[in-house]
Design a protein around this ligand. Sequence first.
Ligand SMILES: [Ca+2]
Ligand SMILES: [Ca+2]
Ligand SMILES: [Ca+2]
Ligand SMILES: [Ca+2]
Length: 323
Amino acid sequence: MKIGCKLFMVALTAPLLIGILNFKAEAQVIKQWGQNGDIPVPGDYDKDLKTDIAVWRPSNGAWYVINSFTGQVVIRQWGAKDDIPVPGDYDNDGQTDFAVWRPSNSIWFVINSSTGQVSTKQLGQNGDMPVPGDYDNDGKTDIAVWRPSNGTWFVINSSTGQLSTKQWGQNGDIPVPGNYNNPLKTDFAVWRPSNGNWYVINSSTTANSSIVEQNTTQLGQNGDIPVPGDYNNDRRTDFAVWQPSNGTWYVINNLASQRVNSLTSQGINSLANQIFNSLTGQVNTKQWGSAGDTPVPGNYDSPARSNFAVWRPSNGTWYILGN
Ligand SMILES: [Ca+2]
Ligand SMILES: [Ca+2]
Ligand SMILES: [Ca+2]
Ligand SMILES: [Ca+2]
């Protein structure tokens, strides 16, 4: 009788606990910010490690940012119509810098947040796609473009100022640089809509750059939008796509077999979770957003884990799903 009673209590409390967890997981932020024609430019403009809601307006070249820490609004004019916004941390002070790339003359215009100084550099040509990232692992975002016509990456390494090039990908691919292998170093990576394959060159974790490891994973199909991010908090970018037709996110938590070492420094619970998620290699799905939205994943509510988030151009509204 006592045992039966206990079982009953377990049966009763387990769903309640799951219910509470689900409720927490379903916390969401809906915020009107921006208008049709704007380009979302989420980033950490106030240096609190959380992503800030932000848009760039081509018509007047203004950046409209809501600082996540104080809720204060920052408006800054930088750039002009036909520029492409390329926010990043070009001076490695932990704060996202206002930056644009001008296709007509290939000039990068960056305001370094640490000094307020403007730096300009020429890289690329009309038709290139800007792909800023930290390819040389010095903490500073590097100016970089990917050229669709020949699948070539052009990077100015911030540590040396030298230009490096790498052929990776082909016309029709979408560049998806990220930290797939090393949390501190951006890897060359493309996603191919025709077959849904992700092609990544894993940057070496050691100084020996002769080790070139490639990784090919299939996820997504033609029409999907690649949305790489760190969805499982292991500091590595995970393969992910968002399907506009059904507003669904598909995520493969990145393989972690070689990552157990780095994970052991973290809490045992999160370690167990991450290894479970990563080793299964399963595809996690979540419906969030609808056709016409722009996916804007970011670390809006915690520094460690990407949120599913979309921005809706028709009403200028951000829909962010809490972790
Ligand atoms: Ca922030
Ligand atoms: Ca900065
Ligand atoms: Ca760099
Ligand atoms: Ca990850």
